[in-house]
Write a new protein. Sequence first.
Lengths: 146, 146
Amino acid sequence: MFRGNHPARMDEKGRLKLPAEFKRRIDEQYGAQFYITSKDGKVAEIHPLQEWEKFEQKLAAIPNFNPAKKKLLDRLNYYGQMAEMDAQGRVLLPQILRESAKVTGDVVVFGMQTYLEVANHEAFKKNMDENPLTPEDEQALAGFGL
Amino acid sequence: MFRGNHPARMDEKGRLKLPAEFKRRIDEQYGAQFYITSKDGKVAEIHPLQEWEKFEQKLAAIPNFNPAKKKLLDRLNYYGQMAEMDAQGRVLLPQILRESAKVTGDVVVFGMQTYLEVANHEAFKKNMDENPLTPEDEQALAGFGL
DNA sequence: TCCACTTTCAACCACTTTCGACCACCTCAT
DNA sequence: ATGAGGTGGTCGAAAGTGGTTGAAAGTGGA
């Protein structure tokens, strides 16, 4: 389970050094293969292949003509690329995603349970501030027993 | 399972080099035979013959007088053509489809589970931006356990 | 209907470019 | 001072690109 945030840097070749704490977890639980993608082009998601395949299973069960699936799949594939971690614990982020999500220079990496997210610091903070948790959101969560 | 995007180029002869990652998967799981077609004339689809035949099975089960089937079949056949991959991993896209989908010069190839899609980069991005995932879409997906 | 000519394209060859694997060094905290 | 975390750079294999050619398909004329 990944949790918490770590500041990190993208080098000029588009390589992201995974924070040591995450790397440790990856080494012991997963392999060095990842699927890197985004649902909206604004935040990059780094999924251990193993976890991603579970998600693909669920997705494959939905008919291809379902419009919501098609939209989602278009995005996941448009931004997505396989990547492998090198011995130094770095992964190459897809160029299309780096540009789209503006992840260059100083970024934030954080753990989202089964995967990592990489975001432009300011953009992420701004988005959070503009979209606070509403009472309706809390209602919905309460419905799940939280 | 094909996934993710790869930038690619169409040469002046209309040949598309399949990205190495996809070619590898094709070599090990499928043969070099493809059915290339489109549902809308805007995005080219490259189906390994083996997978396409499965789709044809499902299609065959729908009554011929079903108007939606007729429409779909008209399009699939209008744009469709068989193609074979050469030793360098290139396929010739049907001219009618190249013009219709405007896939010339720089394009994007991406994996859509069982097949590949080839699209004009700008046109595809534009279409995505104009048709974002709505809250209703997300609701629908949540209904499938995603 | 058959033959001659034209056009197309699949198969092959040769060259260029890219990037991922690896190495070496720097920095910082203890 | 030492070891772990982080960074920059290189180099060769693999990926990608352009061009040529011969066989086959297509076309038209007698």
